[in-house]
Design a protein around this ligand. Structure first.
Ligand code: SF4
Length: 76
């Protein structure tokens, strides 16, 4: 199991996460920021869980984010 955290308020809408992982990230037409698919809002930090198979894509999205607002944690 993998946990994903997205500090959405700080998103600059660059699209890099979507390019890295289209199944998990979508650009919002409303405000131009990215949305974490399946994410649940907790005071501005969106959180979701994913299977281990997604890990490499998720890490790529996190590394590509220029403002470093995506955090990926692998659970044991
Ligand atoms: S890579 Fe980071 S700043 Fe760019 S759209 Fe995704 S979350 Fe926002």
């Amino acid at each position: 199991m993998v946990r994903i955290f997205h500090h959405r308020a700080k998103c600059i809408g660059c699209n890099a996460c979507v390019e890295a992982d289209k199944s998990r990230w979508r650009m919002s037409r409303k405000d131009g920021k990215s949305n974490l698919v399946g994410g649940v809002d907790n005071k501005g930090i969106y959180r979701a869980e994913a299977e281990d198979e997604e890990y490499s894509h998720l890490i790529k999205a996190a590394k590509n984010c220029p403002v470093k607002i995506i955090t990926i944690e692998k659970q044991k």
